[in-house]
Design a protein around this ligand. Structure first.
Ligand code: HEC
Ligand code: HEC
Ligand code: HEC
Ligand code: HEC
Ligand code: HEC
Length: 454
């Protein structure tokens, strides 16, 4: 409207100026009376104001606020997306385009056998063209800038997540809150353990690990063929144990005195309920995704928590949680004790020297979670990742490695216990994610080792 009025105003001025010029150039007699004013011209139609739809999001309290919060998220400042750029295997959880690709294509997590190479292949990969992109708004809200409506904020994945650790044989589906937790679990899930030989790359048969606890898994004196998973510094399920533990699945569920049930969180709460609490306290809550106002490990640093997401109607409003509540403090103390006990049991294989790796620095994401600061790795020599490792790497023939003591024999139940230890250490919350499941895995693992005479 404004533009149109301005047009008529300007046109009027030009007309008047033109009349003046005409008047000054003519030699005719005095001007006659002014005629009656003509009818007003029609209003032009309003132009489309693109800025209005943009303002739904591009406003101080929407994108601007959230972008600021997001700067405090490790999704934003962590280096993994840069380190794994170009990597077709690591991309699905570390790189934006790869994540969007596996979600859009429902990429299978199954393993397939390649008869030519005589190897099993982990199918959970993306084409090389899809291996870039830092984690950001468009990773989780992939529809942004398609219709320019608020509905563009829909999450990239709310569908059930077939676990890559299990080659898809187990699935996590957290349907509460519209399935928003499935967004997170798609990345925050454990990775597969594979067999070293005969044929290589085959997914570890976790059912055998559970059902044949006393069978030998690895024995340095028995030759390669007797080895399912080759012990190395990184004999592990990677870092995303949370998703599986939260859903109460994926561990090696040895029978024992504690049954495998899940805490109410599993079906009632979403990841965002606790991790995106509002209002924020320091770096905790909102799109910073932290629970605690302190980054990285719990080693001596800040222990102020954001419980705003816990203490809401339908959850813990009537008896609010704080850092000293029994529900929080006693649970974490109990689980830490169980973790320490399982570590001691696993380390007994070393006959006096730990087989679990210790790292008491802040580069250990799980420092402070167990009393001795385990990180879930094995203390096996690796020239690059663990140069001071105590135990010999069975597949490394360097002089420095060969001078080290042979890694001890492991039974299936010991491997299962190591997997369960990694699950419960790396879920990071000392049981808050799913107290009952963690308690069952830790307790029953010790009992299964006792039963196997260890
Ligand atoms: C549904 C929410 C939403 C709407 C509607 C929306 N945007 Fe965005 N836009 C975003 C988000 C989120 C970002 C990323 C912000 C960041 O990275 O900090 C973004 C980023 C941008 C950027 C920066 C470049 C980029 O793509 O990252 C531009 C330019 C932009 N928007 C323009 C527009 C315009 C123009 C409109 C209206 C025609 C619009 N946006 C409507 C959410 C929206
Ligand atoms: C695209 C994969 C992906 C999605 C989706 C995702 N995350 Fe993450 N998340 C990661 C990665 C990778 C890191 C570690 C980044 C790094 O170190 O560079 C991380 C880090 C974190 C951290 C910090 C961990 C630490 O060690 O300090 C939290 C907390 C977290 N994510 C929670 C969530 C929640 C809650 C959701 C769902 C709302 C979610 N994430 C969705 C991949 C993802
Ligand atoms: C199934 C998803 C998934 C895949 C595939 C995956 N990662 Fe991760 N990775 C994660 C998640 C989730 C985290 C963050 C865990 C946390 O901090 O709580 C992580 C963390 C890491 C970190 C630690 C970053 C830090 O902050 O210290 C490194 C390094 C890493 N991954 C490397 C790799 C490499 C290399 C590959 C491929 C060989 C790979 N990842 C494949 C999910 C995955
Ligand atoms: C790791 C995944 C993830 C990333 C990255 C992410 N978001 Fe979100 N976002 C979510 C989740 C989960 C919700 C809650 C959705 C729900 O509960 O349905 C959400 C909700 C929102 C909302 C609506 C609710 C609100 O708080 O106003 C906006 C707006 C939004 N995000 C903007 C952004 C912007 C801007 C960025 C980048 C700076 C971003 N998001 C990055 C996961 C993410
Ligand atoms: C009941 C509350 C609650 C819910 C729900 C919850 N978490 Fe957590 N989470 C925690 C607590 C407490 C910690 C410990 C944080 C710490 O020590 O800084 C934690 C830690 C984490 C961490 C690593 C530590 C970090 O640096 O923040 C990740 C990653 C994580 N959670 C992801 C998830 C995912 C993914 C979901 C959903 C599947 C989820 N959480 C659901 C409470 C929760």
């Amino acid at each position: 409207m404004k533009k149109i009025q301005k047009f008529f105003f300007t046109a009027g001025l030009i007309f008047a100026a033109a009349c003046l010029i005409l008047a000054s150039c003519t030699k005719e007699g005095p001007q006659g009376l002014q005629g009656a004013q003509g009818p007003t011209g029609k209003d032009g139609t309003d132009g489309k104001d693109a800025a209005e739809t943009c303002k739904l999001c591009h406003a101080k309290e929407v994108v601007d606020r959230i972008a600021t919060e997001f700067q405090l998220s490790k999704h934003f400042w962590g280096a993994a997306a840069f380190e794994e750029a170009g990597n077709t295997t690591c991309g699905p959880c570390h790189v934006q385009k790869a994540y969007v690709y596996v979600c859009a294509n429902n990429t299978s997590t199954a393993f397939t056998f390649n008869a030519t190479t005589n190897k099993w292949i982990n199918g959970y990969t993306v084409p090389a063209s899809e291996t870039i992109g830092a984690l950001g708004c468009f990773t989780c809200h992939t529809s942004l800038h398609t219709t320019y409506a608020m509905s563009d904020l829909t999450l990239t994945n709310t569908a059930a997540v077939p676990l890559t650790m299990w080659g898809g044989a187990k699935t996590v589906n957290l349907t509460q809150g519209g399935g928003s937790s499935n967004l997170c679990v798609k990345c925050h899930q454990p990775r597969p353990m594979t067999c070293a030989y005969d044929p290589a790359g085959r997914l570890l048969n976790y059912d055998s690990v559970k059902n044949f606890p006393s069978v030998i898994m690895y024995d340095s004196t028995a030759g390669a063929k007797n080895t399912m998973v080759r012990p190395t510094y990184r004999m592990h399920i990677h870092y995303g144990a949370v998703g599986a533990v939260y859903a109460g699945t994926g561990g090696i569920e040895y029978p024992g005195s504690v049954s495998y049930t899940s805490s109410p969180h599993t079906t009632l709460a979403t990841c965002g309920d606790c991790h995106m609490a509002s209002p924020m306290t320091g770096v905790a809550g909102g799109h910073a995704f932290n629970m605690r106002n302190g980054i990285e490990t719990v080693l001596g640093s800040s222990t102020s928590w954001n419980f705003n997401g816990c203490n809401v109607e339908g959850c813990h409003k009537s008896s609010p949680i704080d850092a000293n509540s029994a529900k929080f403090k006693a649970t974490r103390t109990e689980i830490k004790g169980l973790l320490d006990a399982l570590a001691t049991k696993i380390n007994a294989a070393g006959g006096g020297t730990d087989i679990l790796h210790v790292d008491a620095t802040t580069s250990n994401l799980w420092a402070g979670i167990s009393t001795k600061n385990y990180d879930g790795y094995m203390d096996i020599y690796s020239s690059s990742t663990n140069p001071s490792g105590y135990w010999r790497d069975p597949a490394n023939t360097s002089a420095i490695n060969m001078a080290k003591p042979k890694f001890p024999k492991l039974l299936m139940v010991q491997l299962g216990a190591i997997i369960n230890f990694q699950f419960c250490l790396r879920e990071y919350s000392l049981g808050i994610h799913n107290t009952q499941y963690v308690r069952a895995l830790l307790t029953n693992s010790v009992e299964a080792m006792n039963a196997a005479g260890l």
